[in-house]
Design a protein around this ligand. Structure first.
Ligand SMILES: [Zn+2]
Length: 421
């Protein structure tokens, strides 16, 4: 005979069904299925609409309420006992990269839905409503930038500005909203930016640490910040055969010195700094001409604001030092400061994992997530689960069913605990 735990959060966690959760990932992966087993379900597409319809059908099947806001974020709601209490939200995104996998984003939505269903099946009344959310266009592959739904919800991006964004074919987000709305006809309209008591997002780690440690749960400390730069090095085009060294202003040689010096600057013993030069363009790009101009980009990330600022602020000086006879301009193109999740939220997740007997690791998020936007309007936190070899944004993305379920159990207990505060 099995005993039902007396703690309501543990009782809900016990109802999480691993096979059902895995089955929902398989069902969701049919929308935008790629021949290689991955998923191409870009935001505001027909595939995105089909995924939304499926989520809405599940919500209807289990008697949950369904809401939609003007940017077409979808909310599956289980009411609480206090009609005036703000909801606890959990979710992520259903859109994928064009060469995406089955778990990035979908896991956070499906784990939240599984938690909701487990809480309902355990017949647990919570004071606050609990909502499973699918935020629109997190990936930003078709419509850039990403995190449209969560940023608009949190008031960080104005709705008008967000829906004016166009894809490479010239289609604006505004042009797609009617089709997204039509995908969930039963959803009730509601405004953006309603009060949120707390937000918890479950996600695959998209990195190798949990798998390497053989630990099923990551308690996420925050989301690292990023600073992007464009560096333009200017020299003189000259004949490769006739121009002596002393007369050359070779933009490539200067750029290579800069790259080496920047690499040295950002190589920290603890391997926390993330430094990437992802684009490097040489012009005129002729084999027998001294390069006149080099343009390269820098993506710099760090979880601590002061370190991110210090490394980022040093970039221009390092480039000038290495420019030699060339000119250099450094332009910061985008800045996003780190988010640190509140201790109380992290502690709630940590205690849930411990109470359920799961080992956990405390770690920062290397990638951006919708939780970053929600952190601006509510106490936010994230739960990570391992993914195979840390691979993500790739059709080979994979996660173990037992880990999917472990994350959903920790989430279910966390949501019940938060919803009774
Ligand atoms: Zn994601």
């Amino acid at each position: 005979m099995t005993t039902t735990p007396t703690d309501p959060g543990l009782a809900a966690a016990a109802r999480v069904d691993e096979a059902r959760l895995r089955g929902r990932h398989e069902a969701m992966a049919r929308h935008g299925a790629r021949p290689d087993g991955g998923v191409n379900r870009q935001a505001f597409s027909a595939e995105d609409a089909a995924a939304r319809s499926e989520l809405a059908a599940w919500a209807a099947e289990f008697g949950f309420e369904l809401y939609i806001d003007p940017i077409t974020n979808l909310y599956v709601r289980r009411p609480g006992t206090d009609p005036d209490a703000a909801p606890v939200m959990s979710g992520s995104h259903l859109d994928s990269q064009p060469m995406g996998g089955r778990y990035d984003g979908a896991y956070g939505v499906l784990a939240a839905f599984e938690a909701l269903q487990a809480i309902a099946e355990a017949a647990i009344a919570t004071r606050r409503p609990i909502e499973a959310v699918a935020w629109a266009n997190e990936e930003g592959s078709r419509f850039q930038p990403g995190m449209t739904g969560s940023f608009v919800f949190a008031g960080l991006t104005p709705l008008d500005q967000a829906i004016a964004v166009r894809d490479p074919e010239g289609v604006a987000i505004a042009d797609t909203l009617a089709a997204m709305r039509a995908a969930t006809p039963a959803a009730i309209d509601r405004p953006l930016g309603i009060p949120v008591a707390a937000y918890v997002e479950a996600h695959i780690e998209q990195g190798p640490r949990l798998e390497a440690a053989a630990v099923p749960i990551g308690v996420v400390t925050g989301i690292q910040g990023a600073r992007w730069f464009a560096v333009e090095v200017s020299g003189d085009a000259a004949h490769a055969g006739t121009t002596p060294r002393a007369q050359r202003r070779d933009a490539l040689q200067a750029a290579v010195r800069m790259v080496a010096a920047l690499e040295a600057l950002t190589t920290d013993p603890a391997d926390v700094v993330r430094f990437t030069i992802g684009r490097f363009e040489v012009s005129p790009g002729s084999p027998n001409t001294v390069p006149e101009r080099v343009l390269f980009t820098i993506d710099l990330r760090h979880p601590e604001a002061d370190r991110l600022n210090r490394f980022g602020d040093a970039i221009e000086g390092v480039c000038r030092e290495q420019a030699g006879p060339c000119g250099v301009t450094v332009t910061e193109t985008q800045t996003s400061m780190p988010v640190v999740f509140p201790d109380a939220m992290r502690e709630t997740i940590r205690q849930a994992a411990a109470a359920l007997g799961f080992a956990y690791l405390v770690l920062p998020s290397g990638a951006g997530h919708d939780a970053k936007a929600l952190a601006a309007v509510a106490p936010a936190a994230m739960i990570f689960i391992p993914c195979e070899k840390g691979i993500s944004h790739n059709p080979a993305e994979n996660a173990k069913p037992a880990d999917l379920a472990a994350g959903a159990r920790v989430l279910a207990k966390t949501l019940v605990d938060l919803a009774n505060r």
